[in-house]
Design a protein around this ligand. Sequence first.
Ligand code: PEP
Length: 255
Amino acid sequence: MRRPFVAGNWKMNLDRASAAALAKAIVEGVEAFPLVDVAICPPFVYLSAVGEIVAGTRVGLGAQNLYPEPKGAFTGETSPLMLKDVGCTFVILGHSERRAMGESSDFVNEKVLAALEAGLQPIVCVGETLRQRKENKTSAVIRRQVEGSLAGLSAEQLSRCVIAYEPVWAIGTGENATPEQAEEVQSEIRQLIGIRYGREAAESLRIQYGGSVTPANAESLMKMPDVDGGLIGGASLKADSFLAIIAAAKTCKAS
Ligand code: PEP
């Protein structure tokens, strides 16, 4: 059985006071949904403050990126050990907004390995652009990103990862993938994992959907058999909409 997992990607939003207020409201609100795992991913500078609020609660703390070295002369970067030190258990890696800045699947792979080495659970993002979808390249792009980002992982390492399918054309656009489009790609991802790691590993892997998830469309997406929760951007910035999506994740099929 896969427990549904909903994570909020706050991106480069909020300030110290509003980040703390949002974290407190989520900590209180999630008590009503014990069957759904929840994490929030604030900007780096607010990780410590939010980490203190969520410590010892059901809400996990995640970062939005890391640099794949333990320490050293890497100006402006943040190491996996630093993230652990401030209470992170998750880290989003390979988000399309970072891939768009030139981050390759090889580099994402280095980050995934570094995260695992430090004991962090990576949320590995993959997704096609609108152009790739129109050119019928979705499956090939997803396969390259999944295989590249997860290269060299043992089955045990894979079991500590989460994959987020995030079609680039659906992120922050208000145009979500239909439940059928999400299911088609997410079942393909599960099949790919099955080919490489076996059926059991594929069946236990959690695959989130991300891209314009709102309280209005969440339930129809979460009901699909291979959708195990969501990575939520815009709608995670307000407690009521994020909590409504968490409520919808109770309907995840595999839970
Ligand atoms: C995201 O950035 O991961 C995301 C899914 O954003 P949004 O929900 O705003 O589309």
